[in-house]
Design a protein around this ligand. Structure first.
Ligand SMILES: [Zn+2]
Length: 259
């Protein structure tokens, strides 16, 4: 059985079809999905979905592009639900320097605040990083004491050097559909070298749909295309791959062991 550690079933493209998607997931052996928040509203929605559906868990966080949403209402909400068995992580949080204008200092401040929150509430983290690897690694190193609950760098496509640093910090990565793209030369080379114990799987749906459905709306039932590709690249029998990745995932997000 497969776990999708980072999916946006709370996105308007998917939320109307959640029940159909969950049926597809059952057919495709996807038994657990972490629905990740990226702003206040989507975090509330992720929490609601996790309470409504057995297979759905949630991660609550403010993405660097929505820093204005990190307010008392959000903080109080997360604190009030953090002990729920369905709230498994803080995220997605991080840095994104892709679309100017952006306020680096503000992004860093809100990121560190959420690292503190994850530490305080004993939850692992889901990190988003785009065009900000240098700052990200610096901040994680400076705040290593806040990382005791571990977590993932989601949609990882960085360098081998970054991967090494992520490992040193006790974090894992999640790999999405990009690895199946025909032009994904760098990611493919990287994935060949990633230690198996660092890998978890994600869709980041509705985005980054794996080949052969690239261009369509993604959903967690497509995650096996990504898994099969990675197992192939690493020359590991698919059953063994699924077992190892599941162990990594349950180790990283211990609350997924509930039910
Ligand atoms: Zn995401």
């Amino acid at each position: 059985m497969i776990i999708d550690v980072h999916a946006h079933l709370n996105d308007e493209l998917l939320i109307k079809n959640v029940e159909d998607i969950l049926k597809e997931c059952q057919i495709c052996n996807v038994d657990k999905i972490i629905c990740s928040g990226y702003d206040k509203k989507s975090s509330f929605m992720a929490y609601d979905l996790s309470n409504k559906y057995k297979q759905i868990y949630c991660s609550l966080g403010i993405h660097p592009s929505s820093t204005q949403d990190f307010d008392d209402e959000f903080i109080n909400f997360v604190k009030s639900v953090s002990l729920s068995p369905k709230v498994v992580a803080i995220g997605e949080i991080g840095l994104d320097y892709h679309f100017p204008p952006f306020d680096k200092n503000k992004q860093i401040k809100i990121f560190v605040e959420q690292l503190k929150m994850a530490h305080l509430l004993n939850l692992p983290i889901q990190i988003h990083c785009r065009d900000a690897t240098g700052d990200l690694i610096d901040i994680l190193k400076q705040n290593k004491n806040l990382l005791k609950n571990g977590g993932i760098l989601h949609c990882f496509s960085g360098s081998f050097e970054t991967l090494h640093q992520i490992k040193q910090l006790g974090l894992k990565i999640s790999v999405g559909g990009v690895v199946t793209f025909k032009n994904a030369v760098n990611v493919v080379e990287l994935i060949k070298k990633v230690p198996l114990e660092m890998i978890t799987l994600e869709t980041d749906c509705p985005y980054l749909t794996p080949h052969p459905f690239r261009g369509k709306i993604n959903n967690p039932s497509y995650i096996h295309y990504t898994a099969e590709k990675i197992a192939d690249l690493k020359l590991i029998p698919i059953k063994k791959f699924y077992n190892e990745v599941r162990n990594n995932t349950l180790q990283t997000f211990p609350k997924l062991k509930n039910n």
